[in-house]
Ligand binder design. Sequence first.
Ligand SMILES: Cc1ncc(COP(=O)(O)O)c(C=O)c1O
Length: 425
Amino acid sequence: MEFFKLAYAIELDSGDNLKHFRQKFVRDDPNLIYLDGNSLGMLPEATAERIQNVITKEWGSNLIRNWNDGWYERSQQIAAKLAPLIGAQPDEVIMADSTSLNLFKLAYAALQFQKGKRAIVSDELNFPSDIYLLQGLVKLFGDRHELRLAKSHDNMGISKNEILNKLMDDTALLTLSHVAFKSSFMYDMKEITDMAHEKGAMVLWDLSHSVGAVPVKLNDSNADMAIGCTYKYLNGGPGSIAFLYVRKDLQERLVSPIWGWFGQKDPFNFRLDYEPADGIQRFLAGTPPVLSLSAIEPALDMMLEAGIENLRAKSLDQSRYLIKLFRHFLEPLGFSLGSPEKEQERGSHVSICHPEAYRICKALIDPDTGSKTVIPDFREPDNIRLGITPLYTSYVDIYEAIMQIKMIAEQKLYNHFSVKKEKVT
Ligand SMILES: Cc1ncc(COP(=O)(O)O)c(C=O)c1O
């Protein structure tokens, strides 16, 4: 069978052991190819049912009694399910707040813990919001810290030497995205964590682009802290609650800067003096958004059933396939690869670059451009991110998306679209 034909993709799909999961997601447009699960995951059918149940039964009928019938423990219960996906113990993870807020809490706690050390190290490929938060923390601590960003030489990855050069004995905290949002570059978590520890720095990983997509080994890497979101590969829905991880032996030694009643030892005692709860619970602040919290469980169950190693194996196989199609069909049309070639250095999305990337994306998303509507996303200045979400991406999706990109580029169909950027790209 010829590799570059649709029939080959169909054959690959029929041999895919995880293909049955695709049917478990809401799909009301048979012509839609969704390649943006790295930004917002699709809606599992079971989640819609689950939320309906939480609304009508738990909230509607049981009302406030449900706090004693599962809501109070839910942050911990869901986190315990998430823990194996990130190589952590159930009592080292908690669902809480947003990724940004969790970064703030843990980075603040680390800077307090490392009093006297004056540097925070990150890299220039990190998600800008993470950098803004660190800049804000520098201000909050009275401009006593220096924020050092490791540079990328190819706009794609960061060498370990570059990190090492920034890590001096004065470093309080190294914080990085495990998988970079734009290029998909992935760090060797253990190697980098060891390096930072040797310099006396604590390490905080942002797992937003790796959780549910690649097996993460926080315990094996001896990582100190981690944060991440649940609306990408974990399919928790727009703005769904985030999670945080603090290694067991650090939990009682770090102090959250936000002392709310859900992080208090016995909140219903209503005493006026704050006493932190035992363990990971102390990193909670206020009442968790129960609807959002409940929305995460059905997709987590699917991931656990599929197995993160199997998901990674399929993601790698699909990325390999995508890159081969890219080399054959798109490279000759002026596209370049915006993601690392080496598999161990790449997460689960593949970025491709083109000077007309923005308008190509617009053309792909437009339902009238071709026979299929393809949804990837655009990241400045010239990246089209093609997200592979092995629970529901098929080989045919990949083949047809590449064909659509080829057609748009060959026929310059992007010329029909405005260069004016929308608010959300
Ligand atoms: C890597 C990374 N970190 C942090 C954030 C910010 O997350 P939130 O807006 O949910 O706080 C995002 C959002 O996409 C992200 O991709």
